[in-house]
Design a protein around this ligand. Structure first.
Ligand SMILES: CC(C)(COP(=O)(O)OP(=O)(O)OC[C@H]1O[C@@H](n2cnc3c(N)ncnc32)[C@H](O)[C@@H]1OP(=O)(O)O)[C@@H](O)C(=O)NCCC(=O)NCCS
Length: 161
């Protein structure tokens, strides 16, 4: 497979209940399972959420999850399996998430990211997000979150979805 595109590039489509196990495995590996299987099941079932997965050769290799409230969508998760990173899949997943948000009527997308999560901050920068606030101790004592935002109407950094 070629994670940078072309033949064998992962396809990105809405997730189904049958993806729950693969998604929670990605979550456990990348983020220590901060969201439980039950949390992900709620995400999959809620009419307010968009959960999209990237598949390569039948395997789930990435996921993005957003929640929509009125004119705002929160981008809560983007995860790429380690062996598929740095090939543009994170950027494509964020782009697909922004397209979902636009379709459900959101005008801007917000997210929180740990200030120490350099790869994620670089990805969001590359996708056109701007820093709008900082939240001290958001993830625990001394663990700052950055709040990032992008206007969907002016965002073009999302890849091919
Ligand atoms: C953050 C994450 C999703 C990025 O996925 P990815 O597929 O590697 O990202 P991409 O290849 O699309 O990268 C797009 C851009 O983001 C930036 N970027 C991504 N990873 C980076 C890294 N490790 N270091 C520096 N820049 C990085 C680069 O600008 C990159 O563009 P380039 O490759 O042309 O230089 C992935 O590292 C991951 O799953 N991390 C663990 C989960 C996580 O922390 N998610 C965010 C919080 S929910």
């Amino acid at each position: 497979m070629n994670p940078r595109g072309g033949v064998g590039a992962p396809t990105i489509l809405p997730a189904g209940r049958s993806d729950l196990g693969a998604i929670t495995a990605l979550e456990a590996e990348a983020l220590g399972g901060a969201w439980s299987r039950e949390s992900w099941a709620e995400e999959l079932d809620s009419p307010r959420t968009g959960v999209l997965v990237a598949r390569a050769a039948g395997d789930v290799v990435g996921v993005v999850a957003l929640r929509h409230v009125e004119d705002v969508a929160d981008l809560d998760r983007v995860i790429v399996r380690p062996d598929h990173r740095r090939g543009g899949l994170g950027r494509r997943l964020v782009g697909a998430g922004l397209a979902w948000a636009r379709e459900v009527g959101a005008e801007r997308v917000l997210l929180e990211v740990a200030a120490i999560n350099a790869p994620a901050i670089a990805l969001y920068d590359a996708c056109g997000f701007n820093r709008v606030a900082e939240r001290a101790h958001y993830y625990g004592p001394g663990q700052t979150a950055l709040v990032l935002e992008t206007s969907i109407a002016t965002t073009h950094g999302g890849g091919d979805e």
